[in-house]
Design a protein around this ligand. Structure first.
Ligand code: NAD
Length: 483
């Protein structure tokens, strides 16, 4: 029986300074498929958070002084332990988040890949010497860990959003305080538990759980000992945290919301485009930040694309993520279901044609039937708001420049996708899209090997690749004179 089985139906403590802390109260973690409580976790507040920050601060000097090969060895062991517990972690994730078990397993592999990658990458954290401004001087540039990092994460990827921040932070010699989403704290605690088992010293990794995040967030964004806040979540919360961070001029990384366009040009391979559309729109029941929010399809292939897409969408299997073969799990909560329904109703009232779906699903109150809407226009809510659900609205365009203008007509700039075959059109479109990431004839773009992040109101900073390690370091320049 793994530690995870023991946690279910029990009260799970948070992790502060190497101690498992119960707190004075607890809050419930529910299974979104059934509404049943699967466990309770510690309700921590401001003073617990200050303790976690103090522990991370105190653990900092010894951790950054630990030789990089030793830090890498511990991280590698963490990667192995997560991989060894993949089945249990995936089941836990499905229980608290709802995603189909196969997707949860995929996320465990994806989440672990950041630890594997950064354990290696930290060994290449090189400084440099530069030509100097005097014969008796030398310029030495070193890279140093930023210090204590606060990682505030969302519920849609309960493991990967944590490892994408903590692996590079710990690899660089920083210590971390994690504030996981209130809907999915168990996966975060399980990851931290395995981190401690792997040998991460007390205080280097802390998890502060809370159902009311503002008090915890206030400490993490204003305590001067926290030197970096790395946030993934919605744009409104990100803006608030950025403002709070200003008082102590912290480094920040903001991975925020999106409104991804998916353009299908008339020379596209339509079957490949439909494959990409299903992957980019319906993964995690449409609850990913890089999910397609708007399909923009050229006049000549519009009807054929809508027909092929709807045919595939109707083969998706809605159900509890633990049920064999289910490909669309529940939405995270009732408010999410209501938002999806509001977007669909608003589109229909303004003249959209419902091709399939458009209603709650019999599997339970948080399930929504995968939906395709045609004849969608830019005055509808789906054009400007992140739907975050299994709804594919299909807009029509005639000219390439019209598609680019529609795609860029949003304050967001996270991911964009397009399907085309003409190489001139591919280059022009790739360059014209105001987005941090572009999938060209590709619907799945996330990997630990590439820099993930957005422009405009989708955020600041990059996660993954060697750029993701830079984010947790500061440059120090030493002028060595009198030679
Ligand atoms: P959210 O902004 O509501 O919450 C994210 C986290 O912030 C949670 O841990 C929450 O408890 C915490 N939080 C909320 N208010 C806070 C406060 N005042 N102080 C401190 N912490 C606070 O977002 P969500 O609903 O959990 O996630 C969905 C959103 O995240 C979507 O907009 C999605 O696009 C975005 N997202 C972005 C990325 C990316 O990499 N760009 C990845 C995943 C999700």
């Amino acid at each position: 029986m793994s530690f995870i089985d023991q946690w279910l139906n029990d009260s799970v403590p948070a992790l502060v300074g190497g101690q498992w802390r119960q707190g004075e109260a607890t809050f419930a973690v529910d299974n979104p498929s059934t509404g049943e409580t699967i466990a309770r976790v510690a309700e921590l507040g401001g003073s617990d958070t200050a303790d976690a920050v103090a522990a991370a601060y105190e653990a900092g000097p010894a951790w950054r002084a630990t030789p990089v090969k030793e830090r890498a060895r511990i991280l590698r062991r963490w990667f192995e332990l997560i991989s060894e517990h993949a089945d249990d972690l995936a089941r836990l994730m499905t229980l608290e988040q709802g995603k189909p078990l196969a997707e949860a397993k995929g996320e465990v592999g994806y989440g672990a890949s950041f630890i594997e990658f950064f354990a290696e990458e930290a060994k290449r954290m090189a400084g440099e010497t530069l030509p100097s401004h005097g014969a008796d001087k030398r310029i030495l540039v070193t890279r140093e860990p930023v210090g204590v990092v606060a990682a505030i994460t969302p519920w849609n990827f309960p493991l990967a959003m944590i490892t994408r921040k903590c692996a590079p932070a710990l690899a660089a010699g920083c210590t971390v305080v994690i504030k996981p989403a209130e809907a999915t704290p168990l996966t975060a605690l399980a990851a931290a538990y395995l981190g401690r088992e792997a040998g991460l010293p007390a205080g280097t990794i802390n998890v502060v759980t809370a159902s009311k995040p503002a008090e915890v967030g206030e400490v993490l964004t204003t305590d001067p000992r926290v030197r970096k806040v790395s946030f993934t979540g919605s744009t409104p919360v990100g803006k608030r945290l950025l403002a709070q961070c200003a008082s102590t001029v912290k480094k920040t990384a903001m991975e925020l919301g999106g409104n991804a366009p998916f353009i299908v040009f008339d020379d596209a391979d339509l079957d490949a485009a439909v494959d990409g559309a299903i992957a980019s729109k319906f993964r995690n029941a449409g609850q990913t930040c890089v999910c397609t929010n708007r399909f923009l399809v050229q006049d000549g292939v519009y009807d054929a694309f809508v027909e092929k897409l709807a045919a595939r969408v109707q083969t998706l299997k809605v159900g509890d993520g633990l049920s064999e073969g289910s490909t669309i799990g529940p939405l995270i909560n009732q408010a999410a279901v209501e938002k999806v329904q509001r977007h669909v109703s608003d589109a229909q009232e303004k003249g959209a044609r419902l091709v399939c779906g458009g209603n709650a699903h019999a599997a339970g109150e948080r399930f929504y039937t995968p939906t395709v809407l045609a004849n969608v226009t830019t005055d509808m809510a789906v054009a400007s708001e992140e739907t975050f659900g299994p709804v594919a609205p299909v807009f029509r365009f005639e000219r390439d420049d019209e598609a680019i203008a529609m795609a860029n007509d949003t304050p967001f700039g996270l991911a964009a996708y397009f399907y085309a075959t003409d190489y001139r059109r591919i280059w022009r479109t790739m360059e014209a899209l105001e987005y941090g990431m572009v999938g060209v004839n590709e619907g799945l773009i996330s990997t630990e090997l590439a820099p993930f992040g957005g422009v405009k109101e989708s955020g600041l900073g990059r996660e993954g690749s060697h750029h993701g390690l830079d984010e947790f370091t500061e440059l120090k320049y030493a002028c060595i004179g009198g030679l």
